[in-house]
Ligand binder design. Structure first.
Ligand code: ZN
Length: 294
């Protein structure tokens, strides 16, 4: 996904079209599990300020219907953007961390859930286009939803989950966007914080909401959200955000945390009750950013 062949997957490029091929587990997981795949096309301006250079982009949406007669009318969504920033100075911005990492984790989770097929609520997996142009894919989806948004239990956003550092710092946003949500998440976070060798260092972003990723579009529709993020780094939005810098073992640890959380909220009979958080914007979490000058 982050090879030069895909040119950074930004909106309107040929590489963006190749991206569809990389979502093939959505189409052919080789399992008898019922699945529905839709491609939602929409147009965006690559030059936002001057409303010029209109190009086609799309969201890829895969659905695994729930197994419970009643709860299958409700949804747990997991999503992340696949596009990278526009290439600059003839250098390809591969966006391995931002956000081939989140997109590939979504494909992996899809396969896992398609195999077990025990989720009571319906699961929806989304790869958004146009995020780097202003969350355009997720905005388009929430304004043209293919499901009843009032029945979405939870939206999980995976954006930059590929750079778990040596201290295993993982940032988690949205834990206050539902009543008692933080308490309900505690057993899962405790478990992974204490697990031998996998002891993650989780920072809950707490008050406020981080507005610059796709969960924010869902939050604005009164949907509880969770946002997983391994932090900023010096390659962020640059041509050196490459696949050789990804911590693949770290991605597995994170995926092994996201999976049971999704499972819990897909199966628990209780519905999460949305609650708004303080309106001030969280600044980009910078705990692990190394600042360089020049
Ligand atoms: Zn991103």
């Amino acid at each position: 996904m982050a090879s030069d062949e895909l040119e950074g997957r930004s909106s309107g490029t040929q590489g963006m079209n190749l991206q569809r091929l990389y979502c093939k587990p959505f189409y052919k997981c080789g399992l008898p599990t019922e699945q529905i795949v839709e491609v939602q096309e929409h147009y965006v301006y690559k030059d936002r300020r001057n409303k010029k250079n209109k190009v086609l982009t799309y969201n890829i949406i895969a659905t695994l219907p729930g197994t419970d007669d009643k709860l299958k009318e409700e949804y747990v969504v997991v999503g992340g953007h696949y596009d990278s920033v526009n290439n600059k100075l003839d250098k390809i911005h591969n966006g391995a961390d931002d956000n081939a990492s989140g997109t590939s984790m979504i494909l992996e989770l899809f396969e896992k859930f398609a195999v077990s097929n025990t989720h009571k609520r319906t699961l929806v997996f989304m790869a958004f286009g146009g995020e780097e142009l202003g969350l355009l894919g997720s905005k388009h989806f929430v304004n043209n939803p293919t499901i009843d948004l009032q029945k979405v239990q939870l939206m999980v956003n995976l954006d930059m989950v590929g750079r778990l550092d040596n201290e295993k710092n993982l940032q988690l946003g949205g834990t206050l966007t539902a009543v008692d949500f933080d308490k309900k998440l505690e057993p899962f976070l405790d478990e992974v914080e204490n697990r031998w060798q996998n002891n993650l260092n989780i920072t809950e972003l707490g008050k406020g909401i981080f507005k610059r990723s796709d969960h924010y579009s869902f939050y604005l529709k009164d949907i509880p959200v969770l946002f997983f993020f391994t932090g900023l780094h010096e390659d962020y939005h640059g041509p050196t955000d490459d696949s050789n810098k990804i911590n693949y073992q770290g991605m597995k640890v994170i995926s092994d945390l996201v999976h049971p959380i999704m499972e819990e909220f897909a199966n628990t009979p209780e519905k999460l009750i949305f609650q708004p958080v303080e309106l001030e914007e969280q600044s980009m979490p910078t705990a692990t950013m190394k600042v360089t000058l020049g």
